[in-house]
Write a protein that binds this ligand. Sequence first.
Ligand SMILES: [Ca+2]
Length: 256
Amino acid sequence: MLKKVLLMIIIGLLSFSTFSILAPLVMAPETTLFSDNFEAATIDPFWTVTQDYGTVTLSSDQAHSGFQSVKMSSIGGGQRGMTLSHTFQAVGKGIASVWLYDTTPRTNTLYAALDVINTDVPWGTPGFGTWVIVQDWDPDYYHAHDGITDYTTIILRTLGWHEFKIVYNPGNVEMFIDGTLVNSYVGDYGFNLVQLQVFGPEWRPNATFYFDDFFVQWVPIAPPVGVPELNMSLPTITSIATVIYIAIRKRQNKKE
Ligand SMILES: [Ca+2]
């Protein structure tokens, strides 16, 4: 009888352990809070850096906080793409904000943007993404884009720092510049990518923009009902199995 019970327990734990190896695939991702004042000696590993025909460097030329910001500066020769990006484990809601130093109001140079994107959604369809942006073709006003339609905001481009902010609420998405709500759209959307970007075609003049005091709050959208959430690791389960096995063996030995 005891042997039967022991066998059942071991089989049970082994199958649970096997399932636990797969657990990271179904475990709910955790809320991410990240801020960057770009004061460190190197770019934070949170970011993936792209430097196509330009550089992304920490700089003391301009600072919204402290002594540094991150500088994106283009060179000629091809399609420019300077990016700091971060991809999350899944699609979530939340807030992304950053301060942008606009060096070239009244001039058409390159695009400079805060974007949040859902890479699971095709470009040009509802829910793809949202961005607050300097458009390379508008020297006068900042723009807010819902992923389908571009909107010219009432905020005039001026030399200096401006706050870009995007908020994914339950039921709608809001875009802010310098604390003013500049655009919003209805829909229950999320994002899995956030990025700071300076980019544009080869034929535009070179440009430099600075970003500082980035913040993101990313809250995973709850998994559908029925998806198991396992928090026990394989080592924990193996330890429990070992303790039970030793206890049963001891009892068995006593009887024998
Ligand atoms: Ca700073």
